[in-house]
Design a protein around this ligand. Structure first.
Ligand code: FPP
Ligand code: K
Ligand code: ZN
Length: 501
């Protein structure tokens, strides 16, 4: 006999009654008069703040949390326990509250945290020698998301990255290191942010990218290195922002396999990274991770308009279902993979997927009723929960500032940059202009990634998200993850294409 819906409901009721553990609440909690749900917000009421959202009032540690303890379940419980006092406002770490009772975004402190590494680093940072371009990107881009002026870093950054650029094209992590797609991507975005793109040898870059393109359509991270989805996204970012020719250079080994363009077999290769779970892995048959979903979606948004390329190469419903499970309960941020912990950096890697997916789902015909972040197609994810996680759990208190993975972690540039871009994704609205051209007729440049529009959070959005104007982050480009102004400058600067420009 088939299980009827009502039988399924009964089973769920039973599970909720018997198995689901209501979160451990602070001492001062009574049941809420209206819902009968234990209400972890009495201390907020004491402060005259009545607003604690429904999802947080009713939250449980996992709907199907059973009594079988594993290393993973214990780590998940420990994380929930360290976050709850912050989420409920019991512990605000001394950060001043906005009028909705959420900690303000500590703009000045986070800016100072990001300026510091750009001025010189202490010896222990030698361990990061192969990742220097990432530090440049996280700090300069993060500062720009806070509307800080970064033009004073232009000359120095140009001089610093000059020796990282190899004669054969591309950038390595440090002096004398092999050119690498990730370092090239990070250097490019940092240079775009400070206005220093002139240092890049575009023609050499084009040749080098021709040596990492593979016959199956993907890209290796470096010559002889692994082929994965990061390579595809990083390489296509460079080709598009710098307006390099889409034709493979004559010396590209891939030409022998019959390929003629960087885009050949690329969408098909990305398809092979979608797993049985619906999520995206670094390469075919690897483990799904939220960060790779962003790389795949952003790369498809470079190849063409989201409503065309995303459904063409991915099963959108199954991807949405998979990413939805990554928003964690009760923290409200995102985890990178199934059964793992919330981490602020996934506010970008997973949080950044929604604008791209929403554009894929909405398409050209169902124009949005209004641009508000509360409109129906925005409900693929809980923006309010992400904002609350970032503002309450991820801000390091005190004058040094910075943002962190979770309360027990120390702040760093990586988590500060991607917390800010995740905040921007949650607070503002990003839409794709389906009527704009997708290719430049003169140069062949792919234009889809330039067709995004950002709209700042409206008064209504801010109220819905419990933030004030000063808690809202700048518009961050949903594909290139730098400010729109920096994308626009790169578009204009290389509009003529060819070598040299
Ligand atoms: C697991 O780390 C993380 C990964 C396997 C992938 C991380 C990938 C990115 C952050 C994206 C890189 C993108 C570009 C463009 C270079 P973990 O086991 O420490 O974390 P987890 O427990 O949260 O999965
Ligand atoms: K992690
Ligand atoms: Zn992280």
């Amino acid at each position: 006999m088939a299980i009827t819906d009502s039988a399924a409901d009964d089973t769920l009721d039973e599970l909720l009654r018997n198995k689901a553990r209501i979160i451990e609440l602070p001492d001062d909690n009574n049941e809420d008069e209206v819902t009968g749900v234990p209400f972890p917000g009495n201390h907020l009421r004491k402060n005259g703040i009545h607003h604690l959202p429904q999802w947080l009032q009713q939250t449980t540690i996992g709907l199907f949390h059973d009594d079988y303890n594993t290393v993973s379940s214990e780590a998940l419980d420990k994380t929930a326990a360290e976050c709850l006092p912050h989420l409920t406002g019991q512990d605000n770490q001394g950060i001043p509250l906005n009028r909705h009772g959420l900690p303000h975004l500590q703009r000045k402190q986070h800016a100072s945290f990001l300026h510091t590494p750009l001025k010189g680093l202490p010896a222990p940072y030698a361990a990061m020698d192969a990742s220097r371009p990432w530090l440049f990107y996280w700090c300069t881009a993060g500062l720009s998301f806070l509307r800080e002026d970064v033009s004073m870093y232009r000359e120095r950054l140009m001089e610093t990255v000059r020796p990282l650029q190899n004669k054969i094209g591309g950038f390595g992590g440090g002096h004398g290191q092999l050119s690498h797609c990730a370092c090239t991507y990070a250097t490019l975005l940092a240079l775009a942010t400070v206005g220093g793109l002139d240092v890049i040898d575009r023609e050499a870059m084009w040749h080098w990218l021709g040596t990492v393109k593979q016959a199956d359509g993907g890209f290796r991270m470096a010559i002889g290195a692994e082929e994965d989805i990061r390579g595809a996204y990083c390489a296509m970012t460079a080709i598009t922002l710098l307006n390099l020719p889409l034709e493979l250079p004559p010396d590209s080994p891939t030409r022998e396999a019959g390929l003629t363009h960087f885009t050949d077999r690329l969408g098909e290769w990305i398809s092979t990274c979608q797993s049985y779970e619906g999520g995206i892995s670094s390469a075919p048959n690897h483990e799904v991770h939220g960060a790779y979903a962003f790389c795949a979606l952003a790369c498809l948004c470079i190849l063409g308009p989201p409503h065309i390329t995303i459904p063409k190469y991915l099963d959108v419903d199954r991807l949405i279902r998979c990413l939805t499970t990554l928003q964690t309960n009760p923290e409200g941020g995102f985890a990178g993979r199934t059964n793992k912990l919330v981490d602020a950096c996934y506010s970008h890697w997973v949080g950044g997927c929604w604008a791209l997916l929403e554009a894929a789902v909405v398409g050209p015909h169902e124009a949005k009723q209004n641009g508000s972040v509360s409109s129906a197609e925005s409900r693929l994810w809980n923006r309010e929960a992400l904002v609350r996680y970032l503002l309450t759990c991820c801000q390091q208190p005190g004058p040094k500032g910075g943002m962190r993975d979770k309360p027990s972690a120390r702040p760093d540039g990586y988590h500060t940059c991607y917390s800010l871009s995740g905040l921007s994704a949650a607070q503002n609205q990003y839409t794709y202009n389906t009527t704009a051209s997708t290719t430049d007729r003169e140069t062949g440049r792919l234009l889809s990634a330039f067709n995004w529009k950002g709209e700042r959070a409206s008064e209504g959005d801010m109220k819905g998200l419990s933030v004030e104007r000063n808690d809202v982050v700048e518009l961050v480009h949903p594909v290139f993850v730098i400010r729109f102004e920096a994308v626009e400058e790169a578009r204009r600067k290389f509009a003529r294409g060819g070598f040299p420009v």
